[in-house]
Design a protein around this ligand. Structure first.
Ligand code: KG4
Ligand code: ZN
Length: 328
């Protein structure tokens, strides 16, 4: 089954053609990073207007790169939420319009579930259940137990900033371009250990996270001008990676998970990838960086599985904007 998927939850307009939820025929992404960089963050109104400009061309590009036309498409999927309302509405309604116009089945997909399913796009054997999923993106940091397709139990998450948000804010404090994550990681390569100590919030007795204290401590370290910015970047990254990999590996052991699935933009972080592989007691699966950040192939991957189970969404279904694992 060829699914055309559209994703527009934040600042990437993306479209992809995915076969049976497993094989990518195309994965086109129009990034708005340059547009938002001058503001130091995503401006929702600017994002939705740009999605409107991009959505038609990106769908054409995805079809062309897949070597097919709408005649070859069997179903259409769109990201339903969570995300920015104005952004979501553009891609979601474009997907609905194509489904309506072509009389094709339509399905709305949870963006966070999409990040997890990027792991189904990796060639080779499928992920095994039960899986522990670490979702680390710009908006979310969740530990989710997945016992089967569509079966999620959220066991922990951030109580304040998401991991990616913390990277972006510290990047900004260090005077690095937006989004900060990859730039902080690059600066950390030039920095080193032993210069300063930043706090790790272990939130004992829970599998929750908190990154706001680390962010404030980083601010004070930068303002003190006692440390090289690259060393602050190094220690900040180590603190985030230490807590994420420490909690994930412990929970995987406690739950007897068959695998750990990592997802979301921060999963592109090389140090996080290394530490998760080193510390987890079970195999760790992490998509290649291009499938970690926002894309539509991951949405097509969920859609393929859900459509195969007979699920469809009504064309009058609304978007949603907040983190809801119950709503997948
Ligand atoms: O999943 P994503 O593309 O969008 C959301 O759904 O939020 O994640 C974007 C986040 C940003 O905060 C970005 O700074 C972060 O992922 N990120 C990274 C890296 N690459 C992207 N953070 C740390 N290291 C990276 N290499
Ligand atoms: Zn995302």
């Amino acid at each position: 089954m060829n699914v055309l998927a559209i994703e527009s939850s934040c600042d990437e307009t993306a479209a992809a053609v995915v076969v049976d939820g497993r094989v990518m025929r195309s994965n086109a992404v129009a990034s708005q990073i340059d547009l938002h960089a001058r503001y130091g963050g995503v401006v929702p109104e600017v994002a939705s207007r740009q999605h409107l400009r991009n959505v038609g061309p990106i769908v054409s590009q995805a079809l062309e790169e897949a070597g097919c036309t709408l005649d070859d498409i069997d179903a259409v999927a769109g990201t339903r939420g969570p995300g920015l309302a104005g952004s979501l509405l553009v891609g979601y309604n474009a997907a609905k319009a194509i489904a309506f116009g072509r009389e094709l089945p339509f399905i709305g997909i949870n963006h966070l579930e999409g990040h997890i399913y990027a792991n189904w796009l990796i060639e080779g054997p499928e992920p095994r259940f039960p899986a522990l999923c670490l979702v680390v993106s710009g908006g979310h940091t969740d530990l989710v137990f997945m016992e089967g397709h569509g079966q999620y139990q959220r066991l922990g998450g951030t109580r304040d900033d998401a991991a990616g948000e913390a990277f972006d804010k510290v990047g900004r404090l260090l005077g690095l371009p937006f989004p900060g994550g990859p730039h902080v990681a690059k600066a950390a390569l030039r920095g080193g250990p032993g210069k300063l100590a930043l706090p790790r919030a272990w939130m004992h007795g829970t599998f929750d996270f908190s990154f706001s204290g680390l962010k404030t401590a980083s601010l004070h370290a930068i303002r003190s001008e006692k440390y090289a910015p690259d060393d602050v970047a190094w220690e900040f990254q180590e603190a985030v990676v230490d807590v994420l990999s420490g909690k994930t590996s412990r929970l995987a052991r406690e739950l007897g998970a068959a695998e750990v699935l990592v997802a979301g933009g921060v999963a592109a972080n090389q140090r996080l990838r290394e530490e998760l592989h080193r510390r987890c007691p079970v195999p760790v699966r992490i998509p290649p960086p291009k499938l970690c950040t926002d894309n539509a192939a991951m949405i097509g991957a969920v859609a393929g599985h859900r459509l195969a189970m007979g699920q469809r969404s009504p064309l009058d279904e609304d978007i949603f904007t907040t983190n809801q694992w119950a709503r997948v």
